[in-house]
Design a protein around this ligand. Sequence first.
Ligand SMILES: Nc1ncnc2c1ncn2[C@@H]1O[C@H](COP(=O)(O)OP(=O)(O)OP(=O)(O)O)[C@@H](O)[C@H]1O
Ligand SMILES: [Mg+2]
Length: 453
Amino acid sequence: MSAKKQASKKKRAGFKKFTLSGSPQPRQLKFFEATQKYVAYGGARGGGKSWALRRKVVLMCLNYPGLSVLIIRRTYPELRENHIRPLKAELAGAAIFTDTRKTFEFPNGSRIKMGYCDSEADVDQYQGQEFDIIALDEATQLTEYQFQTLKGCLRGANSFPKRMYITCNPGGVGHGWVKRLFIDREYRAGEKAEDYTFIPAGIYDNKVLLKYDPDYPERLKSLPPALRDAWLYGKWDAFAGQFFGEFDMALHVTEPFFLTADHTRYCAIDYGLDMLAAVFVALSSDGRAYVYDEVYKSGMIVSEAAKLILEKSAGVYTFIAPSDLWSRQKDSGKSISELFAENGVYLTRISPERVQGWLCLKEWLKPYEENGTRNCKMKIFRNCVNLIRCLPQLLYDPKCAGDAAVHPHEITHAPDALRYFASYRAFYAGSGGDEEKHKKLTDVLKARGAKKI
Ligand SMILES: Nc1ncnc2c1ncn2[C@@H]1O[C@H](COP(=O)(O)OP(=O)(O)OP(=O)(O)O)[C@@H](O)[C@H]1O
Ligand SMILES: [Mg+2]
């Protein structure tokens, strides 16, 4: 017997024969049988999606010795409660869980790694790793960036199927990309419609749950209307749609490159104590904009905010901010813009008019055909992680046509800063030119005794 076979026999010792109890319900069976590269199972809460996801990957591990699987939930506590605990019970005697590696290992060489992506950066740990099967539970809680990064891990030089299984409920930061791919079925360059399939989950599909908890649908009926439609009926239009539906990682995000002195540089600032968001934009002579850097930090008083901005502002030509920074503060009698000026950042005021500003930004992001390829006038360097995370998450404001929702608040700051840049350009372009305006502004500031302009 070869050393490899002996080792595998040794490994198998201690594993008893085990039986997976339970059987799939009809919709879960459809999910089990799907063979597309991206299979989404979504809709109502409690439809039996997570159960099916767990079972499917376990069955695949048993069927394909040596299979490598990654299960992702957004946070570790969710992962532990919804998957690690149940899997430990379901796989007792069939696989060993190693806490340090957060992995279930089967005697046939298959493994299920348990992962989470709480912050945007958490997903980076998987870059360069390879999995045959990736299962995203509650994928609408994950951002498009996280999904795209994980897509890159779906590979391996073996004959096992390469698939992503996704469970989802309407709503959440990933609502936009899940709906686009699986409900609206709108595909972009590099995405093939035949790779995607969607299996709807209904609460009445899960007879097991209804048997033990027959009041569950009634409890969902008492939720606020949008949430009720989403969670009870699995309606994807219950929540307002993605505001920047045109945003496409492959098109709008670019690797950083060297910017020359020919690029005119701007910094647009959305300041609040809860969050300082600043975007640095370079304009090329052919009218293209590159968002090359960002500042994104909470709890910054103005002097600290100014310091952070100045550290990145080499070559910046104009600092742009909305007019509300010119209101006088009750305590100091000074405006925020004055405080910025005292700390070396001289702001140019723009109207924060929202709908008009968003329209201007949409013009920059609008994809168009150029020599047979898709292009756009604004690209964002990959290092601007917060802007890239927040832009695709913004939702339409259901109460104001053409405006973006202000909730969840955390995701509004970086897009707001970029909107100020777009508003500024729309106002100044074609009205005497930036240089002239800037000169006038510089003269005014000099006349006021400003040392640094
Ligand atoms: N085929 C089945 N056999 C036994 N129990 C099942 C089966 N399908 C689902 N269940 C049970 O039904 C309950 C709800 O299922 P599950 O957690 O998978 O739903 P879900 O769609 O993921 O819910 P949510 O939308 O809240 O995440 C769980 O207790 C689960 O164990
Ligand atoms: Mg679930």
